[in-house]
Design a binder for this molecule. Structure first.
Ligand SMILES: Nc1ncnc2c1ncn2[C@@H]1O[C@H](COP(=O)(O)OP(=O)(O)OP(=O)(O)O)[C@@H](O)[C@H]1O
Ligand SMILES: [Mg+2]
Length: 503
């Protein structure tokens, strides 16, 4: 009626006046928790939803039942305009959920999520209780929500999406259901126990990190030959801590600033992973600069050589990555674990390896007998077998990965004896770890990473020297060794020497 008889500005003034009058006489205070705040979401809204979800199903009359795609559990939330009463410190409080259409344009960029309704939770509390109860109650809501989340929610595996410049969303997620745990991981038991203890210390370390003035995060570098369980260990860590995983595909990240944006959008209690770090990034910037200069000096049009490789590398620089792990931006958020994996630790820039940067360097290596026992149990359900002593003898110091052993055992899943016999046969033919030579080239410059050769990647340059390119996946280093020995060419590098070690 008022709107009809008064011009709009006066109607608005009247509204405000009536509202303050009602507020003045009302015994209640109201607290709004909108779903969105600024450009992003409002985490408190999520907490309230989580907090109410457990009791909503029973207490409220109108309930929304949802199950997000990929999720395994149903979630209950209050329907539009529905209220629920809760008690805290002997005081009654009421939560109401309101949904209204979002105001504004219907325009959206391509790739944007469709515009949702505007959802808000409103907390109603008596004014007389507000000062005493409100603050501890909000704390209580957040703490309870975190606990509920830990127990019930599905964990997610995120991967970064290529930034097209239009969408805000930088991560895409799927349900994370990797079955790997520390129990199924075949590795040195002492190392396993050490890692578990380190992780537990980390999760309980809030006070320590605060006292020491450090960001609450921890870095692990996993290195070892392919198939020794690096990715499996990441899954085991996430399962052990009940964390989400953010798998950063560096080749999809256009710049350092985009890497920073990605970091900001990660949530607390998460594992951030960059796999095969040596392959996706030119980690030695000085080497990169020098190579470019050399290439220009030698052949002005030398760029045509290996365009594919260069193109695959990310624009992210080493310092960008170090800032990501170490700098000021890495502190936005807490309880983060950052994991790098590589097959070639010797190729990493010393800056990435220096102490304090990656807190723990974990070497995953060839399969030992203890590791084999875990795999035999995982794959064949065997705890004991007459052939175990023979396997123990045959596997000693052999260069075989847990992935290979798993595969051999799975070949005759229904007949464990045949599986073990097959494994023993292969083990007799397998080389000793110490016999696997890794061809390494002497560095021209102390600051450069060492390159490892691979047969198909070697090519003769015009001056008769061998152009050696790095290759992360050398299945048979011995083969490339033979080739280099036969070639007997003057190498561009000062010397070649053979390293006999495990990796
Ligand atoms: N230590 C291990 N314990 C249990 N299973 C393992 C282990 N290592 C490898 N496997 C098995 O081998 C397969 C490959 O392992 P995984 O992907 O973890 O290796 P990786 O070290 O990450 O290899 P890459 O360097 O090629 O990424 C997995 O499916 C896993 O089941
Ligand atoms: Mg892997």
């Amino acid at each position: 009626f008022i709107h009809n008889i008064l011009p709009p500005p006066y109607a608005q003034i009247f509204n405000t006046w009536v509202k303050s009058l009602v507020d003045y006489f009302s015994p209640y205070a109201f607290l709004n928790v909108p779903e969105f705040y600024g450009a992003g979401g409002n985490v408190v809204y999520d907490y309230v939803e989580e907090y109410l979800s457990s009791s909503t199903a029973l207490a409220a009359q109108h309930v929304s039942l949802c199950r997000p795609k990929n999720a395994t559990q149903n979630t209950f939330s209050l329907a539009h305009n529905e209220s629920i009463m809760k008690q805290f410190m002997g005081v009654n409080v009421w939560w109401t959920h309101s949904v209204s259409p979002r105001q504004g344009t219907n325009f959206s960029w391509p790739g944007d999520a469709p515009q949702d309704d505007k959802r808000t939770y409103t907390l109603k509390i008596r004014k007389s209780h507000k000062s005493r109860v409100l603050e501890p109650y909000v704390e209580h809501v957040i703490a309870t929500a975190k606990k509920v989340k830990e127990q019930t929610r599905d964990r997610l595996l995120y991967t970064n999406v290529k930034n097209t410049g239009f969408q805000q969303k930088l991560w895409e997620s799927v349900l994370f259901k990797h079955p790997s745990t520390f129990d199924t991981l075949a590795m040195n038991p002492e190392l396993k126990a050490e890692i578990k203890e380190d992780l537990l210390d980390f999760t309980k370390g809030e006070e320590f990190y605060r006292r020491a003035g450090k960001a609450w995060k921890r870095g692990y570098l996993l290195y070892g030959p392919p198939g020794t369980g690096k990715s499996s260990m990441i899954a085991a860590i996430a399962n052990f801590l009940q964390y989400d995983i953010y798998d950063v595909e560096l080749t999809e990240v256009a710049s350092n600033s985009e890497l920073r944006k990605l970091l900001i959008q990660t949530t607390d209690q998460s594992v951030i992973v960059i796999e095969d770090i040596d392959c996706s990034l030119d980690l030695s910037e000085r080497a990169k600069a020098r190579n470019k200069k050399e290439a220009k000096e030698k052949k002005p049009d030398a760029d045509v050589k290996r365009p594919g490789r260069e193109d695959e590398k990310s624009q992210v620089t080493l310092s960008g990555l170090l800032n990501f792990t170490d700098g000021l931006w890495s502190c936005c958020g807490s309880e983060r674990i950052i994991i790098f994996t590589t097959n070639h630790i010797e190729k990493l820039d010393p800056a990435l390896l220096r102490s304090g940067r990656m807190d723990m360097h974990i070497h995953l290596s060839w399969c030992t007998f203890t590791a084999f026992q875990v795999l035999a149990y995982n794959n064949l359900g065997l705890e004991k077998h007459d052939l175990f002593p023979e396997v123990e003898k045959a596997i000693l110091d052999k260069a075989i990965t847990p992935a290979d052993v798993s595969e051999l055992l799975l070949k005759s899943k229904r007949n464990p004896t045949a599986a073990l016999e097959g494994l023993i046969q292969v083990l007799h033919k397998t080389k000793l770890a110490s016999e696997i030579p890794v061809v390494s080239l002497e560095q021209d410059d102390k600051d450069d990473a060492i390159s490892v050769t691979a047969e198909e990647d070697s090519a003769l340059a015009d001056d008769g020297s061998i152009e050696v390119k790095t290759n992360a996946e050398i299945k048979e280093p011995a083969a490339s060794t033979v080739k280099l020995q036969q070639n007997q060419r003057p190498f561009r590098f000062k010397a070649i020497h053979y390293k006999y070690n495990h990796f």
